[in-house]
Design a protein around this ligand. Structure first.
Ligand SMILES: Cc1ncc(COP(=O)(O)O)c(C=O)c1O
Length: 393
């Protein structure tokens, strides 16, 4: 398998795994080795791999009609948006359908731009909204921005996440059109803001007529044990962006909001040849059907089980700074760089993600059984302990 290394552009940090197939919460490599998947393809495989219902919906749609441009009406899209209207926050009655999370953000930026006479966008420190140029403009990390700064949107300011004092900057500034925020930061390291902070953020943005965009691309669709992560704080944003799991593995994303905002985008101002294609919509309908309140409740319970198991396994291990999370969006923050630990975890059959240099991020499929969550947790704990004992020899 050297063609990927030869031909794929060098933009991804590659892991030493060569996956052949997936089933449920397991991935199998070309040598038949099994992995418990704690990363879900960066949070996409929320309903696991080879999900029969998604498969059937996609295959069936492939037979009927694989592509219909958004200028044409088609049944699969019609059904999908009806179902979507049943899960988005109340009153969110207009959707822009794209393919990737970054596209949903691009559309949100345009909606905001056309909905407000004010000029500035505010985003948060440690934010991640994607890497297309608009999305990158509100993504904080200098690592991603540094060579492109001069071609990014200029009117962007970053404020501290979960920083009450910085909210005063918003209150005092008369030129802010919108605030973009992740209700739980994903790439930034699974950062959970305080309830009071989020409520103040909503109060101030409402008071100042600033559009609040909640990026739910990673945190939405039940991942935190609520359909939308912002519900953990009992607030309602003005616009949300949805991606990752919504297409069950087929690229699909959504920018959703009230028509008073969304209708400001006019014909031709945003489009995508394949956005909202029938196959993605058929998959999306199947995902929404399976995202029952019972399943989302299970995400909450399983998250608690996972955190308890990690706490038990990692009690008193000094290189662990913190275990935190909501639902099945969790992190282990270490005092050391994760790389050797992550590699050892892969050797022991657990795949996980990371944030920065020292945070292990866990985003397992919602359907993972308790036994596998506990097994993965025990492998993770043992791997961290082994590393700790090695360096303390
Ligand atoms: C919160 C958030 N927003 C936006 C994106 C970008 O999505 P995509 O990679 O599909 O463009 C991501 C991806 O990780 C994300 O986590």
């Amino acid at each position: 398998m050297n063609y990927e290394d030869e031909y794929i552009a060098n933009t991804y940090q590659r892991l030493p795994v060569n996956i052949k197939r997936g089933e449920g919460s397991y991935l199998y490599d070309v040598n038949g080795k099994t992995y418990i998947d704690m990363m879900s393809g960066y949070g996409v495989a929320i309903l696991g791999y080879s999900n029969r219902k998604i498969r059937d919906a996609v295959c069936n749609q492939m037979d009927i009609l694989p592509i219909a441009h958004a200028s044409e009406y088609t049944e699969a899209r019609d059904k999908f948006v009806k179902k979507l209207s049943g899960i988005v926050p109340e009153g969110f009655n207009k959707f822009y359908l794209g393919n990737t999370g970054a596209e949903a953000i691009e559309a949100a930026i345009k909606v905001v731009k056309k909905s407000s006479k004010k000029h500035k966008l505010v985003a948060m420190n440690n934010s991640y909204h994607g890497k297309t140029l608009g999305a990158l403009s509100i993504t904080h990390s200098n690592k991603y921005r540094k060579y492109f700064d001069d071609i990014l949107i200029k009117n962007v300011e970053f404020i501290g996440y979960n920083n009450e004092e910085d909210l005063e900057k918003i209150r005092k500034d008369e030129d802010i059109a919108a605030v973009f925020f992740e209700p739980v930061q994903g790439e930034g390291g699974i950062n959970i803001p305080d309830r009071e902070y989020v409520r103040h953020l909503r109060e101030i943005t409402e008071e100042k007529n600033i559009i609040l965009v909640a990026d739910e691309i990673q945190s939405g669709l039940g991942r935190t044990g609520k359909m939308w992560a912002h519900q953990n704080f009992d607030i309602k944003p003005d616009i949300i962006t949805i991606g990752k799991g919504i297409g069950g593995g087929i690229p699909l994303s959504v920018t959703a909001g009230k028509s008073e905002y969304m209708d400001n985008l006019e014909k031709g101002e945003q489009s995508s040849t394949t956005g909202g294609n029938p196959i993605a919509c058929a998959a999306g309908s199947s995902v929404i059907d399976q995202l029952t309140p019972e399943l989302i409740q299970e995400v909450q319970r399983k998250g608690e089980l996972l955190r308890k198991s990690l706490h038990d396994g990692l009690d008193n291990i000094k290189i662990v700074r913190e275990i935190r999370g909501l639902g099945l969006m969790n992190a282990i923050e270490l005092r050391v760089k994760f790389l050797p630990i992550l590699m050892d975890m892969i050797n022991h059959g657990v795949l996980s993600l990371y944030s920065g240099l020292n945070i292990i991020r866990l985003l397992p499929p919602y359907l993972m059984g308790d036994d596998d969550l506990e097994k993965a947790s025990s492998i993770i704990s043992e791997t961290i302990k082994t590393y700790y004992n090695e360096v303390n020899k």
